[in-house]
Design a protein. Structure first.
Length: 480
């Protein structure tokens, strides 16, 4: 009976190996065996016995009380346990079709498959598991399920068989896959400018996918809003760096979506076929051009193809631009409409000399480019005396008034505003700044038909007439 139990135990273990997809198992151990889980140095471990010896059972084994319900549900067995031996026999036959099963149940075996086994193990209650110190000993023969948790990773289910015999050490190699991906933009301040190129980088860890998985896929799915991918000859170039190797160039098709987003799926399944790169770091990078005031980017690694660890993390990254609101006022703080301006900035050229570039805007006053003053866009204050410009990077900008509202003179002192981060922290929203400018009323001039200078003209004429009269009177007197 002991030999049969050992043989059946081995069949059971191998059946679970094949059926659980990414589950890992150790070689048979011995009673009072120390269990060591490798590749789980930073993990928190728990353990639960799922199968134990039963000399009265047809197979010599039975499910533990906590595990039985999970297997009965997954395999469709009777709740009262009448089918437990048929389920265990099915597990044995799953791995070895030639295995000898007791005559009493051989014609009524409940067949096993990968989905049933995976569902059973997933259904094990957390209450079954108790803390486990790596390298500790277990003393009862049977099958033990081990779970590992670690921030940023998902561990494959692990099971170890502890058999009969002398004290020994059983080693099991943990397999883990990342459930975290870190998406970042090149600009750590998370502020950019419309029409600028932004380089996105996604960092993750290549998962281990078991040899028993027949559909090994590994993809990066990316969605973008507020920008366009920088395609070349209809394809998006993507640099992929694995571990310490040199980057390799891939390409991906870009899809334009109905919700004004665009997306691509990069298929890197070639990296997981033989697990040669498992648990190595992976970095992908690509370029986009900003088209709006805010850029949103989502990435998902994995695509529901590999069960159960079919997704390996996701992340979201936002990048923002800046906007400035200028307020135009007159006497007494009156808001003035129809004031016209051009916006410029000061930059250093390659020679280190200062240059002035004037802004060009679209119909919504979103930045569309930079150029000469003659090519600059004229922006105009509205009814509330304000005008807003958008899509700017961090820095100082100047407003030059080119035409004042009727009845006011042009202010020749340019106004300025500075877009900057608060407390030096990366932006979490559109960066805002304000500017203001006041105009002075023109001096009043006399209107047509007013008295104007007429009185002075008349007065001057009278004085000339009087002077002439006195002159001729004086001459007559002298002639007499």
């Amino acid at each position: 009976m002991s030999k049969i139990k050992k043989a059946l135990a081995m069949f059971l273990i191998f059946a679970m190996v094949l059926g659980m997809g990414i589950t890992t198992f150790a070689a048979p151990g011995n009673a009072n065996s120390k269990v060591t889980v490798q590749n789980a140095d930073n993990a928190t471990l728990t353990i639960a016995q799922v199968i134990e010896t039963d000399n009265t059972a047809v197979t010599g084994w039975k499910f533990t009380g906590g595990a039985a319900a999970a297997y009965r549900t997954a395999f469709g067995g009777a709740e009262n346990g009448d089918d437990d031996q048929r389920i265990i026999a099915g597990l044995i036959k799953y791995v070895d079709a030639d295995a000898v099963i007791d005559d009493s149940i051989k014609d009524n075996i409940i067949s096993a498959d990968a989905d049933k086994i995976a569902a059973a193990l997933k259904g094990l209650s957390n209450d079954m598991f108790t803390p486990f110190v790596n390298g500790s000993a277990v003393t009862s023969a049977g099958v033990y399920a081990i779970r590992a948790t670690e921030e940023g990773y998902v561990y494959s289910p692990m099971a170890v068989y502890v058999g009969f015999g002398k004290e020994d050490t059983t080693q099991i190699n943990a397999k883990k896959a990342p459930n975290k991906v870190d998406k970042t933009a090149e600009d750590i301040e998370k502020v950019t400018e419309i029409n600028k190129t932004v380089t996105y980088t996604a960092k993750s860890t290549i998962p281990y996918i078991p040899e028993t998985d027949t559909n090994k896929t590994y993809v990066f799915a990316d969605t973008l809003s507020g920008a366009t991918y920088n395609v070349v000859n209809g394809k998006l170039p993507v640099d992929v760096k694995v571990g310490t190797r040199e980057p390799v160039s891939y390409s991906a098709d870009v899809t334009e979506n109905a919700d004004d987003t665009s997306s691509f799926v990069l298929d890197l399944s070639d990296l997981v076929q033989n697990n040669d790169y498992a648990n190595q770091s992976i970095v992908i990078s690509y370029d986009v051009t900003v088209t709006d005031t805010k850029v949103g980017n989502d990435i998902q690694v994995g695509n529901d193809k590999n069960n159960p660890n079919d997704k390996y993390g996701s992340d979201h990254e936002d990048v923002y631009t800046g906007q400035i609101i200028l307020t135009k006022t007159g006497d007494g703080g009156k808001k003035l409409k129809d004031a016209q301006f051009k916006v410029y900035k000061k930059v250093k050229n390659d020679a280190g000399k200062e240059e002035i570039l004037f802004a060009q805007f679209d119909k919504d006053n979103k930045l569309s480019g930079w150029g000469t003053e003659d090519a600059a866009t004229v922006i105009v204050t509205g009814e509330d005396g304000t005008v807003k410009v958008q899509g700017l990077d961090l820095g100082t900008y100047y407003f030059k008034e080119t035409k004042a509202p009727d009845g006011y003179s042009v202010n020749t002192t340019d106004s300025d505003a500075k877009l900057e981060l608060k407390d030096g922290k990366p932006a979490t929203a559109i960066v805002e700044a304000t500017a203001s400018m006041a105009d002075t009323k023109l001096n009043a001039l006399p209107g047509t038909g007013g008295i104007g200078t007429t009185i002075f003209t008349i007065g001057g004429c009278l004085i000339m007439i009087i002077a002439a009269a006195l002159f001729f009177a004086s001459r007559r007197k002298e002639n007499k």
